[in-house]
Design a protein around this ligand. Structure first.
Ligand code: PYC
Length: 312
């Protein structure tokens, strides 16, 4: 038997998003957090088939488009990657918004997307450009020490819709150092895991964000974000930019409404700012652009030994 899954592929600041338009698993009618749980438990074969080689790549983030129980939302979404389900995804939200526009489901203006960690209001500014208001973000811990082969590093733990360890990079942030940055990011992750260093309520810190100056005068900083499955984010990472803004706000280095131009390791950009919220959280907005680059069907043949992806 052949299963057909309809997809639309886009990239946001270089980072790909594969939206599952139809043919994906039915996750029931609960809230997005419950559907994410169900996806994580029951849909690993589907996840691997869509994201892993030969149909996908480690870099890709999947976005399963769902209906939302909240009538104020244009859609619900469950994000996933090469190793599991994500909580939230900033570049993915921008990709989903551009995809909904491409499908004719939304026009320029304000909309809301239901995600596993809360409703994310966004504004479609033109067919490519999206300003999203991310979930409340905050710094959880400051000056956390991690021993690495590059010495002792002091970083921050922050929530921006995913958990991040943010640390000044001891390695130059340029593309020729990507293998070194990846290796160091994996070392940091291993250290955090081995020492049971977590976010709030034991949240696993599965993203590592190295930051430093940008070589370009019109960007405030550059980053390199290592994602949970060891791929690096080609975009400046929407949730990572939100976590960064929360840390800047906590240090008094960024004022409410002041813009922060965050550059990625490949030189692509998001523009962020924030408004203060209750109890030390910030409400970040992140603006970026996505471009559709593909549309079609994935085919899954029952007899294909790699219908669930290549797992090594
Ligand atoms: O943009 O938030 C993001 C993101 C998370 C993982 C990859 N991109």
């Amino acid at each position: 038997m052949m299963k057909h899954v309809e997809i639309i592929d886009s990239h946001t600041a270089g980072e790909p998003t594969r939206v599952i338009v139809s043919g994906g698993p039915d996750l029931g009618h609960g809230g997005m957090a419950a559907r994410r749980e169900r996806f994580a438990k029951e849909c690993d074969g589907f996840r691997g088939g869509v994201i892993l080689e030969p149909r996908g790549s480690d870099v890709m983030v999947g976005a399963l488009l769902c209906d939302s129980p909240d009538p104020s939302c244009v859609a619900g979404v469950v994000f996933f990657n090469n190793v599991g389900a994500l909580n939230m995804c900033g570049h993915g939200t921008i990709g989903v918004a551009a995809t909904l526009a491409h499908m004719g489901r939304i026009k320029t203006g304000k909309h809301r997307l239901d995600t596993p960690v809360g409703v994310v209001p966004f504004e479609l500014l033109d067919e490519h450009t999206v300003r999203l208001q991310n979930v409340p973000s905050y710094r959880h811990s400051h000056n956390v020490l991690v021993e690495t082969s590059r010495g002792r590093l002091a970083g921050d733990i922050a929530w921006g819709g995913n958990w991040f360890f943010l640390v000044k990079s001891p390695i130059p942030l340029d593309t020729k150092h990507i293998p070194d940055l990846t290796a160091l990011g994996l070392e940091v992750r291993r250290y955090l895991d081995d020492h049971h260093i977590t976010g709030k309520d034991g949240g696993v810190i599965d993203h590592v964000e190295f930051y430093g100056p940008s070589p370009n005068k019109d960007a405030d900083a550059r980053n390199f974000v290592l994602c949970p499955g060891a791929a690096y984010d080609r975009s400046p990472c929407g949730t990572g930019t939100s976590a960064k803004v929360a840390c800047l706000a906590a240090d008094g280095h960024l004022q409410p409404g002041q813009t922060w131009v965050q550059e990625s390791i490949i030189g692509s950009r998001f523009v962020a700012d924030y408004q203060p919220g209750q109890a030390g959280v910030v409400h970040p907005t992140v603006t970026g652009s996505a471009y559709i680059y593909g549309q079609g069907q994935l085919l899954f043949d029952d007899k294909d030994p790699f219908r669930g992806g290549i797992r090594i």
